[in-house]
Design a protein around this ligand. Structure first.
Ligand code: MLT
Length: 204
């Protein structure tokens, strides 16, 4: 059995709603995005793990060397650990990985993106809220064919450089993903515009 993640699982009530894989930001936990998940897609099953890295007590999904500075080997190792756990966990509940839609915020959006880049079979789609480029490499050609991603960023975000979202979009499109990328007049925190755009995209 792969390394286990503390998590919450809420069964779905609407079989037509995609199961959501909720990935919190730095300092969050497995409860943080449950309300967001219910708001974005009422009736979806919700699977929400807690990141296993502690940065002075703040939970994360991979360590960082400094704000915005990452070690590709660490990110790769943590991405595979989460993907291996997901393989076992989607069988246990069970959830269809082809319909599983990640909803990640900040550090959670970043590991959702690296899952798409390194383990494309683990997700069907992803809503990336305030993502940045963590692994500067294109997805393998064809690896993301038939998958969708929504990237939502703020154009006054002090954490995510403005060139990162279009670069990440290009890395995912290289794998064949259908990517929608949008900027809002916002900072790193989510706004109502993010919620509305994510709801519309999930419903489309
Ligand atoms: C964060 O504060 O979590 C950053 O925005 C993203 C990261 O370090 O992965």
């Amino acid at each position: 059995m792969p390394n286990s993640f503390t998590h919450v699982f809420e069964p779905g009530t609407d079989p037509s709603a995609p199961p959501l894989f909720l990935l919190h930001g730095t300092g969050g936990n497995e409860h943080d995005l449950l309300r967001l998940g219910r708001t974005l897609s009422p009736g979806s099953a919700l699977l929400s793990p807690r990141g296993q890295v502690s940065e002075r007590g703040a939970n994360r999904f991979f360590a960082r060397l400094a704000e915005g500075v990452f070690d590709p080997a660490e990110v790769t190792r943590r991405t595979h650990e989460l993907a291996d756990w997901l393989v076992a966990t989607t069988k246990k509940y069970p959830l269809d990985p082809a319909r599983l839609t990640a909803v990640g915020f900040s550090n959670g959006a970043n590991i959702a993106a690296t899952l798409l880049q390194l383990r494309p079979e683990s997700l069907g789609a992803a809503v990336l809220l305030r993502p940045m480029v963590v692994l500067d490499q294109p997805a393998a050609p064809g690896s993301l064919a038939g998958k969708r991603a929504l990237l939502l960023n703020g154009n006054t975000d002090p954490i995510v450089p403005l060139d990162h979202p279009p670069r990440l979009a290009a890395h995912l499109r290289a794998g064949g993903a259908d990517v929608t990328q949008q900027f809002f007049p916002a900072s790193h925190n989510l706004t109502q515009a993010d919620i509305t755009a994510a709801q519309d995209w999930l419903g489309s």
